[in-house]
Ligand binder design. Structure first.
Ligand SMILES: NC(=O)c1ccc[n+]([C@@H]2O[C@H](COP(=O)([O-])OP(=O)(O)OC[C@H]3O[C@@H](n4cnc5c(N)ncnc54)[C@H](O)[C@@H]3O)[C@@H](O)[C@H]2O)c1
Length: 454
């Protein structure tokens, strides 16, 4: 096959490389010959590969099967490029945009032949990341969708299919992960604690705040504003703290400072400092695992406390008011625990419980959902919303998060594991605690929870 790639930033260069490695004849083009030559040289820096610089967009487009645009993320720039591609007169050409935020339908209409325009959203770096989101515009030809999927699969990638919807799948389902982790910071939980909890409990490779720093807070703010504008739903509104940090120029790693101060060290060092390793202990502790804090729960915990050391294993926020004296409060996630340590609420950290269980832990505040359940419940809710509105299938949502974000468990797999009633109860507790429409449960979640009770 013949592929043309326009825009030789990190994305275009990586995309050109993966197609060439898969045996396609690849032509590359940037704004002018000099920039194209520079891009070509940069591609070759990563090892020899057969890609050919083209003298113009028209030359690259003339006899290509697929034209991938990976130029700057500006609508007018993309429109001007589409005009030039169209002017090349290749009626059989499929045009794929790697845009992260623009509407494929709108680009298709501007191109003048929307049936042949599609989104192929690669992840950074394209040479390593296995996921490609295939975005069908409202008028994209189904046969073009099939071909784009086959091309992505031919690169050894996994393709997931997505309707033309703001933020597509991965960036959409991760919105609550980013919003909630930043809200936790504004509510008093240090960034390193949020990240260490997510890594320790969920096995994510990077914490959400270190990831935001890596991507750039200005980029995140931009996609939040897009989501808010496009959906018109207040749940997507940016966190005030993000705006403050962006205005101050502390936009993350590239700026030297964001949620972390990179002059002081790496995020992973700050995270290691907040994780407490267990001490040898032969103590016996009884755990009372519950997702609620009902009067019956409280009575049961009091009974157990009369017999010895007991800790509630729960993220239900009600325990902040009803935890009996002498009872510990933790939330256990396999070999890792959140330990409630809240001087304001006068809840002392139950380190002896973590020791008795032999688990590493982080100290968290007595907030509804603590850290980990709050993040997972809100992500599961967003994932169900995406399925409910027909943006993607549940299977593709799980695949997208596993491959696009390296999450060990997809959000809907998590939902299946813990059950819809627990996730729904968590969201309702958040809604009650914060009075914020962010936590409005998807009707699909409400119906699933009702169905599982019948
Ligand atoms: N960076 C990411 O993590 C990432 C991930 C997924 C998708 N994307 C999307 O991929 C696209 C490219 O991203 P990037 O980070 O590589 O961009 P970039 O801004 O680093 O590079 C863009 C390149 O396009 C060139 N360019 C600009 N106008 C052009 C034109 N008219 N014709 C040809 N070349 C032109 C620029 O000279 C530059 O080399 C954007 O749409 C972006 O939203 C980026």
């Amino acid at each position: 096959m013949r592929v043309a790639v326009a825009g030789l930033g990190p994305m275009g260069r990586g995309i050109a490389r993966v197609f060439a490695q898969a045996g396609a004849a690849v032509a590359i083009v940037d704004v002018d010959e000099e920039t194209t030559a520079r891009g070509h040289a940069k591609i070759l820096e990563d090892g020899p590969v057969d890609v050919t610089p083209a003298a113009s967009v028209a030359e690259a487009a003339r006899d290509a099967d697929l034209f991938i645009e990976a130029i700057v993320e500006r609508f007018e720039a993309k429109l001007a490029l589409l005009d030039r591609i169209r002017a090349a007169g290749n009626a059989a050409l499929v045009v794929a945009s790697n845009t992260s935020s623009l509407s494929i339908g709108e680009l298709g209409a501007a191109y003048g032949d929307p049936a042949r325009v599609i989104g192929m959203h690669f992840f950074n770096p394209p040479t390593k990341m296995r996921l490609v989101e295939i975005i069908r515009g409202a008028r994209t030809d189904p046969e073009v969708v099939d071909r784009a999927r086959a091309w992505a699969t031919g690169l050894g990638k996994t393709a997931v299919l997505c309707a033309d919807s703001p933020n597509f799948i991965v960036n959409r389902v991760c919105r609550p992960l980013y919003y909630e982790s930043q809200l936790l910071v504004t509510q008093g939980v240090p960034p390193a604690v949020v990240d260490a909890a997510v890594k320790g409990a969920l096995g994510h490779r990077m914490g959400p705040l270190e990831l935001l720093d890596f991507t750039g807070l200005h980029t995140h703010l931009g996609s939040s504003e897009t989501a808010l504008r496009e959906f018109g739903d207040p749940r997507y509104r940016p966190i005030p703290l993000t705006r403050q940090l962006v205005r101050a120029g502390t936009t993350g790693r590239a700026a030297g400072r964001g949620y972390y101060d990179y002059a002081l060290g790496k995020p992973r060092e700050a995270q290691a400092e907040v994780v407490r390793q267990p001490k040898e202990s032969a103590a016996k502790v009884q755990l009372y695992r519950t997702t609620t804090c009902t009067p019956e729960d409280v009575a049961a915990v009091r009974d157990l406390a009369n017999q010895g050391r007991v800790a509630v294993d729960s993220s239900a926020g009600g325990w902040v008011e009803h935890l009996p004296d002498g009872v510990g409060w933790v939330r256990l996630h396999g070999r890792f625990a959140e330990v409630v340590d809240d001087p304001v609420a006068k809840i002392a950290p139950a380190h002896d419980v973590a020791d008795a269980l032999g688990v590493a832990s982080v100290p968290v505040l007595a907030l509804p959902g603590l850290v980990v359940d709050r993040l997972m419940q809100t992500m599961a809710n967003e994932a169900l919303t995406v399925v409910e509105e027909g943006t993607a299938t549940g299977e593709d949502v799980n695949l997208a998060l596993r491959l696009g974000m390296n999450h060990p468990v997809g959000p809907l797999e998590y939902l299946e594991q813990v059950g819809a009633p627990e996730v729904l109860a968590g969201l309702r507790a958040l809604q009650e605690g914060f009075g914020d429409p962010r936590y409005r449960p998807a009707q699909l979640l409400v119906r699933q929870a009702a169905g599982s009770r019948r």
